[in-house]
Write a protein that binds this ligand. Structure first.
Ligand code: AMP
Length: 280
């Protein structure tokens, strides 16, 4: 496994791989890797000849400087995990390498990045699009693998590709959960033992809400899940929305759309956890 920290060298490496006729799979991450990330690597290995992983905690996507500061960083452990999972190359750039000058680009991709996460984390998705578009430019992958844990992010990346006209195939990968149902997340390592024991209740509430699908309106389901979780002293729901899985706009009735997803963000103490569930 080769670790690159500069753009010229990885560009040269990618060029060589392409010349040799190999297809390139790409998994962008912010590090503090866990089995959720590795599930993306495994999928990439199945679908492309070589797998490139980036580790970069992108400052432009953090609207809260304290969140950026406390974001977990475990580079040595990450590298050995990637090596043991057969990754070909890792791109580990510094902030100066990625942003030699400030990135002032604004991606006007519409409502998909204004609702839910977009509303609660102003500028977040613009930062995500800045970094992912740069990474796609550098790695020039055939396919890029993204986790459905960040459900809205995938829709935003797809919208970005229509905007930038970059041609990368986006592959959705299912949420990888612990046995107790908790969606694995780098942020879970910031939870106390007590919080970690409660956190699976987020997915429990989402799963229970499937029982209500079709029998109660989306609005009633939203209210019920929100109330259940807010009645637990460990949680504060930031939003729970039931939306069209493609446009991410709210649905009023279950037959408003063919594909419907419930997306939630919950504060567990100071830690912001996200999850989602498919209704249809
Ligand atoms: P992050 O390092 O949090 O930016 O995540 C990098 C990629 O891994 C994103 O595409 C995430 O959606 C994905 N990812 C993170 N956690 C999980 C999980 N539990 N299951 C599936 N994908 C995940």
């Amino acid at each position: 496994m080769i670790v690159f920290d500069n753009i010229e060298e990885i560009t040269h490496y990618i060029y060589g791989e392409r010349q040799a006729g190999r297809t390139i799979g790409f998994v962008p991450t912010m590090g503090a890797l866990h089995e959720g990330h590795i599930s993306l690597v495994k999928r990439a290995k199945e679908e492309t000849d070589i797998v490139v992983v980036s580790i970069f905690v992108n400052p432009t996507q953090f609207n809260d400087p304290r969140d950026l500061e406390k974001y977990p960083r475990t580079v040595e452990k990450d590298l050995s995990l990637l090596e043991s999972n057969g990754v070909s190359a890792v791109f580990l750039p510094s902030v100066e390498t990625m942003y030699p000058t400030p990135d002032n680009r604004v991606f006007n991709v519409g409502e998909v990045c204004e609702v839910m996460e977009g509303k609660h984390r102003p500028g977040h998705f613009n930062g995500v699009m800045q970094v992912v578009s740069k990474l796609f430019d550098i790695v020039k992958p055939d396919k890029a693998f993204f986790g459905e844990k960040d459900f809205q992010q995938i829709a935003v990346i797809r919208a970005m590709l229509r905007f930038t006209r970059q041609s990368v195939e986006i592959v959705n990968c299912p949420i990888y959960r612990a046995e107790n149902g908790l969606a694995l997340s780098s942020r879970n390592s910031l939870l106390s033992e007590e919080q970690l024991a409660e956190a699976p209740k987020i997915y429990e509430a989402l799963k229970d809400s499937i029982e209500m699908y079709g029998k109660h309106s989306p609005e009633e389901v939203m209210a019920s899940v929100t109330e259940t979780l807010n009645s637990n002293k460990f949680f504060k729901v930031e939003y729970f929305e039931i939306v069209d899985a493609d446009t991410l706009l709210p649905v009023k009735k279950w037959d408003d759309s063919k594909h419907i997803q419930g997306c939630i963000t919950v504060y567990c103490g100071e830690i912001r956890l996200i999850d989602n569930i498919k209704y249809k």
